[in-house]
Design a protein around this ligand. Sequence first.
Ligand SMILES: [Zn+2]
Length: 337
Amino acid sequence: MKKILVLLMIICLCACHKEPTMEEKLAEVGYSEQDIAFIMSLDQNKQEKFLEGLDERSLRFMKLEGCIDDNLDAYLKYDGQFDDDKVVELVNRGILNDGSLSSLKELYSSDYYLEKNEDLYLQYLDQYDSVRSMIEIVNTRRYKELFSDIVLNDVSKNYLMLVNKYYSLPSDYEPDDLVEVPSEYGRGRVRQVPFEAFVKLHDDALEAGYDIRIVSAYRSYDYQQGLYEKYLQVDPQEVVDTYSARPGLSEHQTGLCMDVSLPGLSIDDFYLTDASVWLAENCHRYGFIIRFPRYKDNITGYQWESWHIRYLGVEAATDVYERGITFDEYYACFVED
Ligand SMILES: [Zn+2]
């Protein structure tokens, strides 16, 4: 009888001191009910790691789709630099490391970052002078060889349409609102609204002492073809392409741009005048930009043309001017869908 009593007492003691379950241990460390449910879905080795102390950061990453256990230390190292998903993605792709961190931070915080170009940015991340110029080159498609991938432009963008060495106009495109430029403003034909804007620009420039006039405006596809072929007789094609557009790729076919100068002055000498400074500083107020700015030929594909102004409307022209970017990039970031 005594023996039976002792045995019962031992059984009772054992029952009272039963080992706490894993869930209970995790709760004791401080995990929430939700976290415990997640940890319990892991294998036992991992479960036990979470007993060493509250590890909410690891848990955050482990819950993400795409988390690879072997990369966990790297996720934790770059925790907070980007969104968690981006940290996981960049580490998994082998892109995020100490050497690339600052470039990646600049890239993802840039005003000109376009999600659709992400893979290209990552591909060319350190291949140009700076992250900013890399972004500009990718956005404007300049990483491609010139003329290698020409697409038809979107004429419905109207005053904001882009024509350059990657965006062409159909050979039969001719705007239907071209007006003849009266001789006091120069010569040629230009679309109605840009013409009205130019009249204001001209009158204000005249008051400031500069008689800025239109030398060349709308040019048809056929006219441009003749012009381009004429230049080819003088210079090799790679040189001609730096100053003259191939037919279908000339902004002059849009009727939205004009070459300007002072009476009797060659456009090649226009940059030497105070009028060209006035024009560069003021034309955005009338809706124009200097379309091929200095030091931007790596983007526009053309030498600096102090005389070539392009109509965009006051809002866009002012934005381009204030940002100091090319229209090619402005189009990619703010106009193209
Ligand atoms: Zn021009």
